[in-house]
Design a protein around this ligand. Structure first.
Ligand code: ASP
Length: 328
C-alpha cells in the first residue's frame, strides 16, 4: 500500500457556513479525510493541519513551513504528498513548492488540490478532488513530473497551471498547453510528460517584496514612479501582447531597471513573452535592450514569485536573467 501524507492548509474545501454569514475555513484535515472513506483503498494516509486559512492569506513564511513538511514527509518514507488548500493561490503555491522542493524521480510525488464549492454546498467537489489527488500522489508515474495540480479529475503541471475561472469546478487550465493527464476510473492516466527544469532549490522564507504593475491603454506609468520609494526590491511589468508597453512609459521602466531587476511579463494568459520580433519604442526588443528581463511563459504572478525567491537567495541581475531563460 503506498503511503501518502496530506497537509491541509484551509481553503473552500474546508469551508462551511458561519453564523456571521458566508463560508469560512472550519473543517480539519482529520475530519476531511474521515469524510472520504475510499481513501483507505488507495493509500495509507497521514494527515496534518498546520493552518486553516483562505488561500489568499497564505504567506511566504507559511509556504516555507509547508515546503519543509513536504520534504520531511518524503524523507520519512511517503510515496506522495497532497497539499490541500484554497484555490485562489494554488497556481502560486504549487509553483513555489516546485521551486523549493526536490521533485526528482526518487522523491515523493507532490500534488496540490482544493475545491471550488464549499464543504456543505450541493455538488461539493472537495471529496472527489481529494480522492483524485491522493490517487495521483500514490501512483508511481507521478514521480519526477514536478509538482502537479489536481482538480476536477484533471492533472496539470504546476508551472503552467492557472486559475481560469472564479467559480467553475473546472477552474484550472494551462493556456495553450492543456492537461498532462486525468484521473479516470480511479487511476492516474498520464498522457504528456512536462519538460524538466534543472533549477537550484530556493528558500521561500527569504523571498523579498516584488511589485507587479499592469499597464494598459493610455497608462502614463505613474505607478512605476512609486515602486522604488515603497522599498520593493524587484518589479514585474504585466505588459500588453507579446511584451509591449506605451512608448511614453519606456523611460520610467528604463530608470527602474537601473535600480532593481525588472521582469517583462504579459497580461495575456497564454504564450511566452517575445524577445526578438518587434522593434518599435515600447516593444519587447526595446525593453530588453533597456535592461528588462523577459519572463518566458511565466505569467506576472509566477514571475513575481520566482524573482522574489531569486533576489532573496542573493542572485545577481545576470544570474536572474539566466534563471528566467529556463522558462523561455
Ligand atoms: N475560492 C477559494 C477556494 O476555492 C477560497 C480560497 O482560496 O481560500 O478555496
Amino acid at each position: 500500500m503506498p503511503r501518502v501524507t496530506i497537509i491541509v492548509l484551509g481553503g473552500t474545501i474546508t469551508m462551511v457556513p458561519q453564523a456571521s454569514g458566508g463560508i469560512a475555513p472550519s473543517v480539519s484535515g482529520d475530519d476531511l479525510v474521515a469524510a472520504v472513506p475510499a481513501l483507505v483503498d488507495v493509500a495509507a494516509i497521514d494527515v496534518v493541519t498546520p493552518f486553516l486559512v483562505p488561500g489568499a492569506s497564505l504567506s511566504f513564511a507559511q509556504m516555507a513551513t509547508v515546503a519543509d513538511m513536504v520534504t520531511a514527509a518524503g524523507q520519512n518514507g511517503a510515496d506522495g504528498v497532497v497539499v490541500v488548500q484554497g484555490t485562489d493561490t494554488i497556481d502560486e503555491t504549487s509553483f513555489l513548492l516546485e521551486l523549493a522542493c526536490d521533485t526528482g524521480a526518487d522523491s515523493a510525488a507532490i500534488v496540490v488540490t482544493g475545491a471550488m464549492r464549499g464543504a456543505t454546498a450541493p455538488g461539493a467537489d472537495g471529496h472527489a478532488n481529494l480522492l483524485a489527488a491522493v490517487t495521483v500522489a500514490a501512483a508511481p508515474q507521478a514521480r519526477g513530473l514536478g509538482v502537479l495540480v489536481v482538480l476536477n479529475d484533471e492533472v496539470h503541471a504546476a508551472r503552467f497551471a492557472q486559475k481560469m475561472d472564479t467559480g467553475l469546478p473546472s477552474a484550472f487550465g494551462a493556456p495553450g498547453l492543456g492537461l498532462i493527464g486525468t484521473v479516470t476510473e480511479e487511476a492516474f492516466r498520464l498522457r504528456l510528460i512536462p519538460t524538466t527544469l534543472a533549477f537550484p532549490a530556493l528558500s521561500l522564507a527569504d523571498a523579498v517584496p516584488v511589485a507587479i504593475v499592469q499597464t494598459g491603454l493610455g497608462d502614463d506609468g505613474r505607478l512605476i514612479d512609486t515602486i522604488a520609494d515603497a522599498c520593493f526590491q524587484g518589479a514585474v511589468i504585466a505588459a500588453m501582447g507579446a511584451g509591449h508597453v506605451p512608448a511614453s512609459i519606456v523611460p520610467k521602466l528604463e530608470a527602474l531597471a537601473g535600480k532593481m531587476p525588472v521582469v517583462l511579463s504579459t497580461r495575456v494568459p497564454g504564450g511566452a513573452v517575445f524577445t526578438a520580433s518587434y522593434g518599435f519604442p515600447g516593444s519587447e526588443i526595446d525593453l530588453i535592450r533597456r535592461g528588462l528581463i523577459p519572463s518566458g511563459i511565466l505569467p506576472p504572478h509566477k514571475a513575481r514569485l520566482l524573482l522574489a525567491c531569486l533576489l532573496g537567495a542573493g542572485f545577481t541581475t545576470e544570474e536572474i536573467q539566466t534563471q528566467f531563460q529556463a522558462f523561455s
